[in-house]
Ligand binder design. Structure first.
Ligand SMILES: [Mg+2]
Length: 224
């Protein structure tokens, strides 16, 4: 559909922020005594493999969620908000903030599109002045306790594109007119799915691909 309005989608980890928030969260949880050393090591390995698109992310998330079965969702949301404000907000890349302001000035909503939890995405959206978020939602039982499940599809790989397509259809936007910013090859489906893909701080594989396809390459540095 042409003529439908455009939106701008942003990956979070190593794109809008210059760090991998999943690893920071695992360290925070470990420091608080809620995550074992073994689980911390596992999370760090998964982070590296995810970046390289070498992991079955569904299995990794299902396994990580086992730690939180029976924990009240409100508690996880509160911990996540505290963590995000204490450890993550300061890593917003100035280049990312500029891109958000540029799109918003042109009337385009800026939407976080991330493999993070809904709890982190909500805080990020508020803190960074974004207009909306698409992220992973975990399921709860009748008492509001996490039950170890998540809503499918996960917001990764082809799932990111599916979730963004649904958001665009529900809200009257056209992905063919829209932007997406990402640092990772694991986001290739979504990069291919928008009219204006831009890669941010790409690794060599993604940089080669971006050059071949003529996609803009951004270098968003850490804040001073
Ligand atoms: Mg990323």
């Amino acid at each position: 559909m042409s003529g439908a309005p455009a939106a701008a989608f942003f990956d979070l980890d190593r794109t809008l922020i210059t760090v991998n928030s999943g690893l920071l969260y695992a360290k925070w949880e470990h420091a608080a005594g809620r995550l074992s050393r073994r689980r911390l090591a596992q999370a760090m390995m998964w982070g590296a493999l995810y970046h390289l698109d070498l992991i079955d992310i569904e299995r990794a998330i299902a396994s990580a969620l086992l730690q939180y079965v029976g924990v009240p969702e409100v508690e996880v949301a509160a911990n996540t908000a505290e963590w995000f404000r204490s450890e993550v907000v300061q890593h917003l890349a100035p280049g990312g903030a500029d891109a958000i302001a540029w799109h918003q000035a042109a009337g385009r909503p800026c939407v976080l599109l991330t493999n993070s939890s809904s709890y982190a995405a909500e805080v990020a959206t508020a803190e960074f002045g974004l207009d909306g978020w698409i992220a992973n939602r975990f399921t709860v039982d009748g008492k509001g306790l996490l039950d170890g499940g998540f809503e499918a599809p996960l917001c990764v790989g082809a799932g990111k594109l599916l979730r963004a397509e649904k958001w665009a259809a529900d809200n009257g936007f056209c992905l063919g007119e829209s932007w997406f910013y990402s640092d990772a090859l694991s986001d290739l489906a979504m990069l291919d799915g928008v009219g204006h893909p831009e890669v941010v701080n790409p690794d060599p594989r993604l940089r080669r691909l971006a050059r071949r396809r003529g996609w803009p390459i951004r270098h968003w540095k850490a804040p001073k």
